[in-house]
Design a protein around this ligand. Sequence first.
Ligand SMILES: Nc1ncnc2c1ncn2[C@@H]1O[C@H](COP(=O)(O)OP(=O)(O)OP(=O)(O)O)[C@@H](O)[C@H]1O
Length: 355
Amino acid sequence: MSHTTTVEHVTVIATESLSKRFPRVTALDRLSVDIAPGVTGLVGANGAGKSTLIKILLGLSPASEGRASVLGLDVAKDGSAIRESVGYMPEHDCLPPDVSATEFVVHMARMSGLPPSAARERTADTLRHVGLYEERYRPMGGYSTGMKQRVKLAQALVHDPRLVLLDEPTNGLDPVGRDEMLGLIRRVHTEFGISVLVTSHLLGELERTCDHVVVIDGGKLLRSSSTSDFTQATASLAVEVTDTADHPDGTTALRTALDRAGLTVQPAGRGADGSPGSDHVLLVDVAGEETYDTVRDTIAGLGLGLVRMEQRRHRIAEIFRSGDEDANAAGAANAAEAANAAASAHGNGGAVDAA
Ligand SMILES: Nc1ncnc2c1ncn2[C@@H]1O[C@H](COP(=O)(O)OP(=O)(O)OP(=O)(O)O)[C@@H](O)[C@H]1O
């Protein structure tokens, strides 16, 4: 396990062969993963072990085997020091209904050791940051789910942590609420430099928010890689051309010519999830910079008009569906399904996502 503290190789979370066994179930199974600063998504189907991992990282629940460190501190020995520097947003509703957001967050700030005036100041700043204004003086029992999630995020941030662990922060939110929450989470890192570990059972929403994605299933590590590694390796180019007198079916003429030039081309047709595409759009696999030149020169050579040429990336969920051997695991399949559901909910059910 690396406990490196140099600027180049800082690890905010490291686990080594970490296991957690309950009498009837192994929640974590020899999980070894290193997580760098930034925004990291921890994705897995329900029961994959996400919440169990978070509780171990906070020093709230002992591991059965293996080791873990958070900000270089050992979870088995330094639980309270970890909780001083780490914020935690629990998954379930845990807010007392008859106190206001301000009272609650001030209380949490005081519990973290802030003196009264600093606690009040930090509470006002943090609640404003998460988008709660006048309503922060009202009892939380009357809040919407979105407002409650914002309060839970605020209490995780109020003591100015270096890292926050957010357990399913988009749970129960509608698509607009989810987008707003994901934007807030991103800004926690970009504006305050706080690292984030955010769990979700929806792969699709994490790819827009996270620098890095860790996928677990049945307590085992399926995959850990940067979001761009998930998606850029499979970049493709969407090309649409006009028909001409010489080529009444310009799309087919282009496809034949690009095939001949050695490129991998397919009609956009229907998405992998059955979503409608266009018969006039071709998807060309991008093998390198030269792909763009070949496509441009081929179109010019045929005398076709170019309607559009744009780079597209596959969704993470789609990559799981095709190719990855680990995708046979139920968790990845479930996560991919869930991601598709999320994509549909966002009104964007296409198999590919414009870059
Ligand atoms: N205290 C406990 N006692 C017994 N089994 C537990 C306990 N806590 C969790 N488990 C089991 O461990 C497995 C992992 O649970 P965990 O809550 O970590 O999953 P998760 O990925 O967070 O899923 P969810 O999003 O549904 O909470 C599940 O099978 C769960 O039933």
